[in-house]
Design a binder for this molecule. Sequence first.
Ligand SMILES: NC(=O)c1ccc[n+]([C@@H]2O[C@H](COP(=O)([O-])OP(=O)(O)OC[C@H]3O[C@@H](n4cnc5c(N)ncnc54)[C@H](O)[C@@H]3O)[C@@H](O)[C@H]2O)c1
Length: 289
Amino acid sequence: MEFGLKDKRILVTAAASGIGRAIASAFSADGARVHICDIDAAALRTCSADLPLAGASLADVSDIAAVDALFAAVEENLGGLDFLINNAGIAGPTGPVEACAPEEWRRTLAVGLDGTFLCTRRAVPLLKAAGGGGIVNIASTAGILGYPLRSPYDAAKWGVIGLTKSLAMELGEAGIRVNAICPGSVGGERMERVIAAEAKARDWSLDEVRGIYLKHVSLRSFVAAEDIANMVLFVCSDAGARISGQALAVDGHTESLAGKPGGCVKPRKQADERSSGKQPAPRWTRSPP
Ligand SMILES: NC(=O)c1ccc[n+]([C@@H]2O[C@H](COP(=O)([O-])OP(=O)(O)OC[C@H]3O[C@@H](n4cnc5c(N)ncnc54)[C@H](O)[C@@H]3O)[C@@H](O)[C@H]2O)c1
């Protein structure tokens, strides 16, 4: 697929692996000049060796000084900016809100929401100087729906979508489009690791865990990182020139997040344990309404 983004100047945050790497790779393949950042030095080196990048910075997006240094490097390497892709975001803790440590809450929002703000505030003057461009924030279907037992992540992603909508209004006159892309669960090696860990922790089979993840996705499949990258490039291309202020899901249509393994107990197993007289092992359950 070609998107006509040759020589566009792009910054992708948290792009040494995962979805960010797929986005950086797709921009590079389209002829764009790409700078990335990440906190993982080894992964940054591997990514720089694999992809024809214009630059790579070791930077934590939640650190004001590190973001300042990142943008100094971007200006030096790219001589300006056409698109900022705010991809950084961490999963945060899984569990009931009363068990969430304030530091975990703050860290989840610091990376996912503050990091988006810190990079955006440095990018906007460059985008204005370029005469327009865009910001794409990688949110999540969790930014559209409620997500029991993942409240810090959910709050960060709702915040990202709120920021997206406000900035689209604030920056539209300057020709800057601001959109959020909302991935569903991304399949592949990482997802298989999540499924394996979940299966082990709950003594469920891999298929049972996978089935619960897929049950509430209309297309009954995970998405690929490349699906997300394609959507990012589309909204940055001329074909997406009239798209702004949107939260676009690429997720096979997530009907609900309430049934994900983190958000439910498996009733059959508990019933089996009760009938065998065994005390059910403590599990996360959803709080009563
Ligand atoms: N993977 C999914 O299923 C999924 C689903 C919905 C939304 N998302 C969102 O997509 C984005 C990317 O997710 P992913 O699964 O590829 O992530 P990931 O966990 O694979 O991490 C990608 C990269 O982020 C880097 N990183 C972590 N904290 C950072 C920080 N503070 N500053 C800079 N870099 C940092 C890591 O070192 C890693 O290289 C996130 O915003 C995530 O919330 C992911």
